[in-house]
Design a protein around this ligand. Structure first.
Ligand code: PLP
Length: 386
């Protein structure tokens, strides 16, 4: 039998850059290209770079609903989350913030830092579907609550939170809302003003843009003042000093443009591949879906497999590249905090797989993945002590 080509199914960890994005980036590096410092206003090279940066900003604006002057470019969503949370905290002596147990570490860890500085932090639980209970959120708001931080789409289980409803509640109670949209940008419609989001974190590399670039969108109407973390040349209206990387911004902008053009056709196609794999895998006994199927981003499937040992599961796969739990925590043997928050046991959480489809997957990848996972599970179960 012919060797099958390996299939990349870890698009929630990062995506391959779209060739059109790579081409646009490549044109911004060398002497014959658009390489100059966009802050150099004394020559045409700099002016051309500045023009290109503003085009990229316009693309990000159109995909997020943020106005041009609300976009602060950062090195990614980790930095955007830190800037949002620590930047708001700088405005107050201390206070109360609310977030959720299933957030990314790039939200949870800055909150740990704030707790050490005297902030009171409440992490809401989620229901078995992975969703926040709005009544519980409302009950947790107090006079001292300054900020609510909720992710739009979860990076492990792909579950979508109702950020518009949370935005309406936060606005009504006079509390700021920060949303980490790293996993939803380019995949779900996003409009920070329609959804009443005050601070929005995004990055390029989860939707076929480059790693190392993102943005924090900071509401300006009425202006929301936050403190900076980086001091220097006063770029990005003083909120993020550092020379703007033209090639990265062009890549981000091009990824946004492509996502707007393809979202309506790509997402149903990607969801159909995910659904097809899920129906194949349900033919194995003892396979559970983690998180809501209904409120779920297109490409994500996350399953627990009974009767196998966690670490062996992902290493038993021969044809596909996937994650066990979250890539960010897979260096440690800690069971996923997200799966634990859904009520899964430590053993179940460890015996889990996150399979995530992207733009460059095709229908034939579904049968490769189904066969690979089924064979691995059967082999491991046959080996396991009864
Ligand atoms: C990937 C991711 C991040 C981190 O983004 P970087 O650009 O890699 O720093 C933050 N939050 C979520 C939900 C993510 O999926």
């Amino acid at each position: 039998m012919a060797e099958l080509a390996p299939v990349y199914l870890d698009n929630a960890a990062t995506t391959p850059v779209d060739p059109q994005v790579a081409a646009a980036m490549g044109a911004c590096l060398t002497l014959d290209g658009n390489f100059a410092n966009p802050a150099s206003h004394t020559h045409h090279w700099g002016l051309a770079a500045a023009d290109t940066v503003e085009q990229a900003r316009s693309e990000v604006s159109q995909l997020t609903g943020a106005a041009i002057e609300e976009i602060v470019f950062t090195s990614g969503a980790t930095e955007a989350n830190n800037l949002a949370l620590l930047g708001v905290a700088q405005r107050y002596e201390t206070g109360h913030m609310i977030s959720v147990a299933t957030e990314h570490k790039a939200v949870l860890d800055p909150l740990v830092a704030l707790r050490k500085q005297g902030w009171r932090i409440d992490l809401l639980p989620v229901d078995a579907d992975g969703r926040v209970n709005l009544q519980q959120l409302e009950d947790t708001i107090c006079d001292d609550t300054k900020l609510i931080s909720v992710m739009h789409v979860n990076n492990e289980i792909g579950v979508v939170q109702d950020v518009a409803a949370i935005g309406a509640l936060a606005r009504e109670r006079g509390v700021l809302l920060h949303v980490d949209a790293a996993q939803s940008i380019g995949k779900l419609p996003l409009d920070m003003h329609a959804q009443q989001i005050d601070l929005l974190s995004v990055c390029a590399h989860k939707f076929h843009g480059p790693k190392g670039i993102g943005a924090l969108c900071v509401r300006r109407r009425p202006p929301l003042r936050i403190g900076a973390l980086m001091f220097g040349g006063g770029h990005e209206r003083g909120l993020r000093s550092g020379t703007l990387p033209t090639h990265q911004l062009v890549g981000f902008g091009e990824a946004c443009r492509l996502a707007r053009a393809t979202m309506a056709t790509d997402m149903p196609r990607i969801a159909a591949m995910r659904d097809a794999l899920w129906s194949e895998l349900q033919q194995l006994s003892g396979v559970l879906l983690n998180g809501s199927l209904e409120h779920r981003v297109a490409g994500n499937l996350n399953i627990c497999v009974d009767g196998v040992e966690g670490e062996s599961l992902v290493t038993a796969l021969r044809q596909i590249g996937v994650s066990s739990g979250s890539a960010c925590t897979s260096a440690s043997l800690e069971p996923s905090h997200v799966l634990r928050a859904l009520g899964r046991s430590a053993e179940q959480s460890q015996a889990s797989l996150r399979i995530s489809f992207g733009r460059f997957n095709s229908e034939s990848d579904v049968s490769v993945a189904a066969a690979d996972i089924s064979q691995a599970v059967r082999r491991l179960r046959a080996m396991a002590p009864a």
